[in-house]
Write a protein that binds this ligand. Structure first.
Ligand code: NAD
Length: 269
């Protein structure tokens, strides 16, 4: 009999590594996995003291072990060092959440090539590197969960987001192949495709819009939502954390290779 989704110890004894977990969605997912008893390896940029407080506090709040590695997800050698660190500290990564991501908005002919390269490296190639390094441990244990933070932009396009849309469509494709290659094992791989979530990544787009259109922050937020997201509401990191927990649960053993949108109806249009 499979245990229920709500068991508070769903992930006790397991280790989750969440890239880009010092902020926004990654932080929300890391908290949700810690609440389920997982030890967490944090990663991402920010003020060193604030980061130390963040992972120490979450460890204490949920009674789990936490650690942090500052690997830059655009650099394969640093990703290798982070995965080795997780192996030494916790014996391996059981739940891998590929979340780190950046955005840049410009039309193709104005898109800086170095921004294109950075977005492809951080939003797409980093998932290849972490996944190839996490799989041997997961396959040895015949259990693992790989969760890729794609986007509704992994399913549909938007003007001025060529690199982001290309990376996220690529990540959805990579998710399917990873799921298929491991379909007869206990390792699943799925993608989460959020619509607008009010994190620093989106706040920057709100600020740019407010400045460009000479409107208030609130008006810019509403306009941003109403253009694409029929519910008119932001998705939250907590809701995305709950979806990640579902993917980790035994009832999701046969959920493999999906690109699951949580987008207030965006992709239904
Ligand atoms: P965010 O800016 O709040 O957080 C991004 C995280 O990634 C931070 O911890 C940051 O330090 C880290 N990061 C950035 N570059 C890095 C690098 N080179 N190496 C290591 N860490 C790095 O953004 P967010 O909105 O929480 O986005 C998280 C993920 O969700 C991204 O992949 C993003 O594309 C995706 N997403 C976001 C939204 C949204 O509306 N916010 C919607 C769909 C998908």
């Amino acid at each position: 009999m499979k245990s229920s989704l709500s068991s508070a110890t769903l992930l006790s004894g397991k280790t989750a590594l969440v890239t880009g977990s010092t902020s926004g969605i990654g932080l929300g997912i890391a908290r949700a996995l810690a609440e389920q008893g997982a030890n967490i390896v944090f990663n991402g940029f920010g003020d060193a003291q604030q980061i130390e407080k963040l992972y120490t506090d979450i460890g204490q709040e949920f009674g789990v072990q936490t650690a942090y590695h500052n690997a830059d997800m655009s650099k394969p050698a640093e990703i290798e060092a982070m995965m080795a660190f997780a192996g030494e500290k916790f014996g391996g990564v059981d739940v891998l959440v590929n979340n780190a991501g950046i955005q840049h908005v410009a039309n193709v002919e104005d898109f800086p090539p170095e921004k294109w390269d950075a977005i492809i490296a951080i939003n797409l190639s980093s998932a290849f590197h972490t996944t190839r390094l996490a799989l041997p441990h997961m396959k040895r244990k015949n259990w693992g969960r790989i969760i890729n933070l794609a986007s509704v932009h992994g399913l549909v396009g938007s003007a001025a987001k060529s690199a982001y849309v290309a990376a996220k469509h690529g990540l959805v494709g990579f998710t399917k192949v990873t799921a298929l290659e491991n379909a007869q094992t206990g390792v699943t791989c799925n993608a989460i495709c959020p619509g607008w979530v009010l994190t620093p990544l989106v706040q920057k787009q709100v600020d740019d819009r407010a400045a460009r259109e000479g409107v208030s922050n609130e008006q810019a937020k509403k306009a941003l939502l109403m253009e694409k997201q029929p519910s008119g509401e932001f998705v939250t990191p907590e809701e995305l954390g709950a979806l990640a927990v579902f993917f980790c649960s035994p009832v999701a053993d046969q959920v493999r290779g999906v690109a699951w949108n949580m987008d207030g109806g965006w992709a239904a249009q």
